[in-house]
Ligand binder design. Structure first.
Ligand SMILES: Nc1ncnc2c1ncn2[C@@H]1O[C@H](COP(=O)(O)OP(=O)(O)O)[C@@H](O)[C@H]1O
Ligand SMILES: [Mg+2]
Length: 426
């Protein structure tokens, strides 16, 4: 089979690395890809938004399967375009992707179907939102409706901040149309967890539980980022809680979509808040998470390809389970100087060769490019150094030893990815 992967981050590197081990795979192409991906796939510089070029490319290269990594092309309807041409593509169609692309759509669906989530109100007028805000006591959360690359949700700690966020979104329009309508919702304390599952619109197959680390600095301090690391599994979800997450959140959501006439195919990602044994949905994503995908796929024993095909073909019920390697998998994101505000780029990355032979370590590339046989930094999140170990301690030791072997100018990373599991607290 010839496969085309859309995207160029650590998530896509992990998907391609995993698929490259499938016996049925011939050539993998990636648009646009990155330095690490170029070692195992053919990277093609092409505008991801130009769907007709993508369709031409896939016809020319006899692509048998397209996999979409990021949310934007899904929200734009890339799946609908390829389906129309009869090319198998993994991911939800445009209506399905609304579960991520419109927080209002997602929240109203949850309200209608009794899926546990924070209480909320929707506003499309600044005056109304302002009046409502005046009646609240912080903390509360203000969210833009549309896609904002992870910058559209604000946990508000004091009223002044709340008013200024409201004005940024609804008057100044800092997120454009995505922030014209907003949600104001109840703040939920608790432990955040990611719950990802494959689905063909009817059946569901869960991945492992995982935990992302959005804040830049140790101890969850500093500004939010795209994600500074993740580990899997998490020790906070016992069997009873997982059954509850499956039944009351994931399966109910897939069924609710179906009732609305949406056959949701692909990955449904529940961003959850766990309160004791009660899970609540913070948001849904319509794709694999980055960086959660890196440790999850590193731990996956089963072949990924038949699962993706079963989702597309509506035959997921034929796959009973996913086999996993023993132990704990941790991904530490190594970022550029200046990330997340103004990442500096163009530095040589040293030390990667020494890690290539390791079976317990894999370095997934994100913002890198390759030239003259060397790797250079080319983005904010540069590498996702990932290791598997027999316990949380062991995996942390291995991953941070591996990180210490990599070097580039200005590199920085969190030193506590995995520590929450050890402490068994938030
Ligand atoms: N209702 C809530 N209660 C507590 N924290 C929240 C709530 N909603 C969002 N957050 C925090 O804000 C982060 C971003 O919110 P989210 O809805 O996931 O938006 P996005 O990922 O699209 O930026 C969450 O990961 C969580 O830490
Ligand atoms: Mg989120």
């Amino acid at each position: 089979m010839n496969i085309l992967v859309i995207g160029g981050g650590g998530r896509e590197h992990a998907i391609i690395w995993k698929l490259s081990q499938s016996k049925d795979v011939d050539t993998i192409y990636c648009i646009p890809g990155n330095g690490g991906i170029s070692d195992i796939a053919e990277c093609v510089a092409m505008d991801v938004d130009n769907t007709s070029d993508l369709l031409d490319f896939s016809a020319r290269k006899h692509i048998d399967l397209v996999i979409v990594g990021p949310e934007n092309p899904l929200a734009e309807g890339i799946v609908d375009m390829f389906e129309k041409k009869g090319v198998p593509i993994f991911g939800p169609n445009k209506r399905g992707a609304m579960i991520e692309a419109s927080k209002i759509f997602a929240k109203e669906l949850m309200r209608q179907y009794g899926i546990p989530t924070a209480a909320f109100r929707v506003f499309d007028r600044y005056d109304d939102a302002g009046r409502y805000l005046g009646s609240l006591t912080p903390p509360y959360v203000i969210k833009a409706d549309g896609l904002c690359a992870g910058k559209g949700a604000y946990v508000i700690q004091d009223q002044e901040e709340g008013r200024s966020v409201l004005s940024d979104l609804m008057v100044k329009g800092i997120h454009g149309d995505a922030g014209k309508k907003i949600i104001i919702e109840e703040f939920l304390p608790g432990i955040e967890a990611s719950y990802l599952a494959f689905t063909d619109g009817t059946s569901m197959l869960s991945l492992l539980t995982s935990q992302d680390h959005k804040p830049l600095l140790d101890g969850d301090n500093g500004p939010n980022t795209g994600g500074m690391g993740a580990y899997t599994p998490i020790p906070f979800v016992n069997e009873a809680v997982e059954r509850d997450i499956k039944a009351r959140i994931m399966e109910r959501t897939i069924a609710a979509m179906r009732e609305k006439g949406i056959v949701y195919k692909g990955v449904l990602y529940g961003g959850l808040m766990l309160q004791e044994s009660d899970p609540y949905v913070i948001e849904f994503n319509a794709r694999l998470g980055d960086p959660e995908t890196q440790p999850i796929l590193f731990k996956m024993e089963s072949d990924l390809l038949p699962i993706l095909m079963a989702c597309i073909e509506g035959k997921l019920h034929r796959i009973n389970d996913i086999k996993w390697k023993e132990g704990v998998s941790i991904c530490v994101v190594v970022a550029s100087k200046g990330y997340p505000d103004k990442p500096e780029k163009g530095f040589v990355i040293n030390g990667l060769e020494r890690l290539k032979e390791r079976r317990d370590v894999m370095v997934f590339h994100a913002g890198t490019k390759k030239a003259d046989g060397r790797y250079y930094t080319s983005g904010g999140r540069v590498l996702g150094v990932t290791a598997i170990g027999s316990s949380y301690e062991d995996a942390m030791k291995r991953v941070y030893e591996a990180v210490s072997m990599v070097e580039f100018d200005g590199m920085h990373y969190r030193k506590d990815i995995g520590a929450k599991a050890l402490a068994k607290k938030v």
